[in-house]
Design a protein around this ligand. Structure first.
Ligand code: SF4
Length: 339
């Protein structure tokens, strides 16, 4: 272990609500690989304080796929992508409600509906509201997240009134690096959406992607930006370089680097729900279970256009490491401030 890095001090700062210094944040990402165990244990102290050993499972549904006007280089559905992905218009209400039933049946506490595109039309908002009302009638306790692109405050309020609790809109990377991965909208557009979501009283789910060619400085900038925005949930994706996208052939994130990044986000955003998200299986491989030390949430059953670990082996992995899948009862206790 490094003789110069006191990982317990990072945990103490985080528990006191203080962020690491910028130099301290960079030092985490550059730490010797042999320090990983100590770093994970320090991050776990913070995670355990806020979330115990609970793991929230989330399940995604790609509610509209492909034909996007935007050029996000990592995305298989972008205007630049030649990837072979399913393309379809907004799925019918029945299919999306069935998706919610499947999520509940597999133990997910949150169901996330995602649409391709720059942002929703008025018709899209109306359709999503109808679907969300139907899901909430059947599953009042199921947390509903939507990821619809750029939103204004009025649209966010309409979604909230229908029963949406969370809106996902990632910053993806640092302000400095953003133009290298997307030119059709700006980092500022993304920040504006997150702020609109928060003003509307919705929980903001906002994170990023590691492994797009960014520097450690960019990862640290992202972590501090997400702290500044006080995001409620923070999905950390690891690039899955899909053939046909501008980032095809990119090198994988090493498991150690991915885990260090998760620890960094736990220290900068100690009380945020941190989710080991897309690309977890591909990049972390057999090390993915260790993500539970800094992170308190996982996706099950795959992502928008890529596969992931199914619910049952995910639950097995969670329980084998001494964690437990969060259920309705846990959520009730959390809401009462008792857990
Ligand atoms: S990430 Fe979203 S906005 Fe960007 S290209 Fe993909 S579907 Fe479009």
């Amino acid at each position: 272990m490094s003789e110069t890095i006191d990982y317990a001090a990072y945990a103490l700062r985080a528990l006191a609500g203080e962020a690491p210094t910028r130099a301290g944040a960079l030092a985490l990402l550059a730490a010797p690989d042999g320090d990983l165990r100590a770093m994970l244990l320090a991050a776990f102290t913070v995670r355990e304080h806020h979330f115990g050993r609970r793991v929230k499972l989330c399940m995604l549904r790609n509610a509209r796929s492909g034909h996007c006007s935007e050029d996000c280089h990592y995305c298989s559905q972008s205007a630049l992508s030649a990837a072979e992905v399913d393309t379809y218009r907004m799925l019918p209400e029945k299919t999306l409600v069935e998706g919610a039933r499947a999520a509940v049946a597999r133990g997910a506490r949150r169901y996330c509906m995602v649409t391709s595109g720059r942002g929703p039309s008025a018709r899209d908002i109306t359709r999503v509201r109808t679907v969300v009302r139907a899901i909430k009638r059947e599953f009042p306790a199921l947390e509903i997240c939507v990821s619809l692109g750029i939103l204004d405050e009025e649209q966010a309020r309409e979604l909230k009134a229908a029963g949406v609790g969370w809106v996902n809109h990632n910053l993806n990377t640092s302000e400095r690096f953003h133009a290298a991965i997307c030119t059709t909208h700006t980092y500022a557009d993304r920040v504006r959406t997150v702020l609109a979501v928060k003003r509307a009283g919705l929980a903001a789910c906002c994170g990023g992607i590691i492994g797009m060619g960014e520097s450690d400085d960019d990862i640290v900038d992202l972590a501090f930006a997400l702290r500044e925005l006080a995001v409620d949930a923070l999905p950390v994706n690891f690039l899955h370089p899909i053939d046909g996208t501008p980032l095809e052939g990119s090198a994988s994130v090493t498991p150690v680097k991915g885990l260090k990044a998760l620890c960094l986000f736990r220290f900068t955003n100690p009380a945020s729900e941190i989710r080991a998200a897309g690309g977890r299986e591909r990049n972390l491989g057999a090390w993915q279970a260790l993500a539970l030390y800094p992170a308190n949430s996982l996706f099950i059953e795959g992502y928008l256009t890529t596969d992931g670990l199914a619910a049952e082996p995910t639950r097995h992995m969670v329980e084998a490491l001494g964690f437990s899948v969060e259920d309705d009862e846990d959520a009730t206790l959390s809401a009462c401030g008792e857990a």
